[in-house]
Structures are given as structure tokens and as C-alpha cells.
Ligand binder design. Sequence first.
Ligand code: SF4
Length: 162
Amino acid sequence: MPRTVRQSSRRAAHRQAAAGDRRGSGWWHQGVRFACQGSGNCCVSRGAWGWVYLTLEDRRRLARQLGIPTRQFTREYCEKTDGLFHLIESGPECMFLAGRRCTVYEARPTQCRTWPFWPENMNARAWAAIAAGCPGIGRGGIVPVEEIRRILREQRASTARL
Ligand code: SF4
């Protein structure tokens, strides 16, 4: 669902979050209450929040979902900025958002599946900022720390493959 910060600031935030995680004293280490409310807010750009980055695995999965070759998907749906593939952005809304619904939900990109547990979000200030736009934060059950760590690992691995 989500759209990510521009890559330069994202890498810096990634390093900070990784350092905080290693210290083991994160505010989220007791778990965090989160349940997606289906608002679609995280599929719309706001200010510094921008692109949906895609690994090769993401592009292959999306191409399969759309029934077209990966090369065609890349040509028609992606552009490359600073060497990194992302969905073409022609407006604030993601091209796959229809109303509040993701039309490629089953094959959605990794960063959409891992939202909001991204390394750059795992500090109190960033979390408060994203909570202002994400009604799922603070709702539902507690996501346990082990699950948050697993999602963070998945997101970091995906970022490394961009
Ligand atoms: S791919 Fe789907 S989940 Fe991801 S930003 Fe676009 S509409 Fe949202």
C-alpha cells in the first residue's frame, strides 16, 4: 500500500533505524498496535513521500498478475531514477489504486506488504508522523516484536535488491 520516501533520505533513515535496532531499546520492542483500515492513504503521495520502488521479483510478480512479460511490464509501468526502478508516477495516487482498493493486491510490491514497518519509520518521531496519515496505526491487535523484526528484515532485504 505505501509509497516510500525518496531514496537518498531513505538510505540515511535506514542506517539510523538499523543502529537503533542494534541498541535493542526501541520504543516498539514491546510490540505495536496496528491493523490496516483499508483507507488507501498510504497509496497516495504526500510531500516527501513518493515512489513505489520495485525489485526484479516485484516486477516479475506484478507482470504475472497482469498476464504480460516482465519486460513489457517494466517498459509500460516503470521508470528508473538514480538507477532504481519504481512505478511511473503520473499523479499523487498510485496507478494501481482504484477508489480505495489496490487492483494488484495479491501481487503488490514488497514495500506495500511491509508497510508501516519500514526501518525509516521505526523511530518515535517518524512513527508519529506516519500515524497522522495512517488510520491503522494504534488500531487492532498488538503486532509482536518478532513479527516486526521479520518484516523489517524482509523490507531491508528488498531495499538491498533494488
Ligand atoms: S501497488 Fe497497490 S498497495 Fe502499493 S501503493 Fe499501489 S495501490 Fe497501494
